[in-house]
Design a protein around this ligand. Structure first.
Ligand SMILES: NC(=O)c1ccc[n+]([C@@H]2O[C@H](COP(=O)([O-])OP(=O)(O)OC[C@H]3O[C@@H](n4cnc5c(N)ncnc54)[C@H](O)[C@@H]3O)[C@@H](O)[C@H]2O)c1
Length: 345
C-alpha cells in the first residue's frame, strides 16, 4: 500500500539508518525527511538518498509550527515516525531550554498538525513516537523496566522525552490520534555523533587523548545495535497495535568501565598496537549530576507479540562500528588536524 511518511530527525544517528532502510526497502512509500540540521546531524550519511525518487528532504525546525503545517498541506502526509530531538544528556544539564523547545514544543507542534489534518479527513495513518528507556528513571542492581513501569525521569533530557511521551498519550486519549510509542535502550553503531560514549572512546583512542569516565564507571547500560533498532521500528510501524507502548532492548547490559576496557582492547588490535596502550588513556572524571545507576529493559512484549529480537552480537556490532569510524571518520589525518587546532588555540 502507498503511504506518505514524514520521518523527523532523519539526518541524525538513528534517523539516518531508518531512512536508508525505508527508502530502499519500500519504494512505493513517499518518504519526507524533516530535519533542522543541528550540530548533531550528518547529512553526508544520507546524501545518496537524494537519487531516490521516493525521497525528499525538508530543512524545517519543528518549533516552527507554521512550517510544520505547511509540510502537511504540501505532501498530504498520512504517517509519521518522529525521532527528531535534542538527545545529549550533558547538554540538557547545561542548557535544558533547547530540550524543552524541540522535544516538548516541537513534538506538540507535530501532534497538532497531525490532529488538524488527519482527524478532519479520518486519515487512518499512524503517529509513531520514538522514545527512550531513560523516561523510567534509574534501577538498582535488580529488576527491569516493562511497559507498565512508572515514569521517573532524572535528567532534563529524560524529562523532556517523558513529557513528549505523555503528550502523545494525551492526544490519543483526548482526540483519538492513532499513536504508538517505543522506548528503547542505548543505541550504538556507525554515524553516531562523537559526543556519545562509544564513538567518543574510538575517537579519543585514535587521537591519543584521555578517555573520560564519569565517576567509577559502574553505571550500567543496555546496548543495542542501531540496525536492530531500525528493524524494531519497522516491525512496530507495520504491525504494532494502535495505542500501545513497546519497550526495545538488547538484553546486553554492561558497566561503562567494562565496556570501555573492551573497546580499548579491540582498538589496540585494530590499530596494531601493544595491548594496554589504549587503556592507559582512561581518566576518571567527576560524576555527571544525577547520573542514573542502571537501565534495564524487559522487552518480552515486542518479542512475544511482534516476533522481534536483537540479532547483532555485541562483538559483531562493535566491530562494524569501529571499522566504520576508522574507514570514514576518525582517521589519523583528522587527529593531526585536531591537534594542530588545539595548539593554535
Ligand atoms: N541514541 C540513542 O541511544 C537513543 C536511544 C533510545 C531512543 N532514542 C531516541 O531516538 C531519537 C533519535 O536519536 P538519535 O540518537 O538519532 O539523535 P541525534 O541527536 O543523533 O539526531 C537528532 C536529529 O534531530 C534533529 N533535530 C534536532 N532538533 C530539531 C528540531 N528542532 N527540528 C527538526 N529537527 C531537529 C537534528 O538535526 C538531528 O538530525 C530521539 O528521539 C531519541 O530520544 C535514542
Amino acid at each position: 500500500m502507498n503511504k506518505t511518511i514524514l520521518i523527523t530527525g532523519g539526518a541524525g544517528f538513528i534517523g539516518s539508518h531508518l531512512l536508508h532502510h525505508f527508502v530502499k526497502c519500500y519504494p512505493n512509500y513517499q518518504i519526507i525527511n524533516l530535519d533542522k540540521l543541528t550540530y548533531a546531524a550528518n547529512p553526508t550519511f544520507i546524501a545518496d538518498l537524494e537519487n531516490f525518487p521516493n525521497y525528499t528532504f525538508e530543512k524545517v525546525d519543528l518549533v516552527d509550527s507554521g512550517a510544520v503545517e505547511e509540510l502537511f498541506h504540501r505532501y498530504r502526509i498520512d504517517n509519521i515516525i518522529h525521532l527528531a530531538a535534542e538527545t545529549h544528556v550533558d547538554r540538557s544539564i547545561s542548557g535544558p531550554m533547547e530540550f524543552v523547545m524541540t522535544n516538548v514544543v516541537g513534538s506538540v507542534n507535530l501532534l497538532q498538525a497531525a490532529k488538524k489534518f488527519w482527524l478532519a479527513k479520518r486519515c487512518p495513518g499512524r503517529f509513531y513516537h520514538v522514545s527512550t528507556d531513560e523516561v523510567y528513571g534509574a534501577l538498582g542492581e535488580e529488576g527491569s523496566f516493562n511497559e507498565e513501569s512508572g515514569y521517573a525521569p532524572n535528567s532534563p533530557y529524560a524529562a523532556s522525552k517523558a513529557s513528549s511521551d505523555l503528550f502523545v498519550r494525551a492526544y490519543a486519549n483526548t482526540y483519538g490520534l492513532p499513536v504508538v510509542i517505543s522506548n528503547c535502550s542505548n543505541n550504538y553503531g556507525p554515524n553516531q555523533h562523537p559526543e556519545k560514549l562509544i564513538p567518543l572512546v574510538i575517537r579519543n583512542i585514535c587521537q591519543g587523548r584521555p578517555i573520560p569516565i564519569y565517576g567509577k564507571g559502574n553505571n550500567v547500560r543496555d546496548w543495542l545495535f542501531v540496525g536492530d533498532h531500525v528493524e524494531a521500528i519497522d516491525r512496530i510501524f507495520h504491525k504494532g497495535r494502535r495505542g500501545q507502548i513497546y519497550n526495545i532492548g538488547a538484553e546486553n547490559e554492561w558497566r561503562n568501565i567494562d565496556l570501555v576496557r573492551m573497546l580499548c582492547s579491540f582498538m589496540d588490535q585494530k590499530l596494531g598496537q601493544k595491548e594496554g596502550r589504549s587503556q592507559a588513556l582512561i581518566s576518571h572524571v567527576k560524576d555527571r549530576l544525577g547520573h542514573d545507576e542502571r537501565y534495564s529493559i524487559d522487552c518480552r512484549k515486542i518479542k512475544e507479540q511482534l516476533a522481534w529480537q536483537a540479532k547483532t552480537s555485541f562483538l559483531r556490532g562493535l566491530e562494524k562500528t569501529i571499522d566504520w569510524y576508522l574507514a570514514r571518520g576518525f582517521t589519523r589525518e583528522e587527529a593531526v588536524c585536531e591537534d594542530q587546532k588545539s595548539v593554535l588555540v
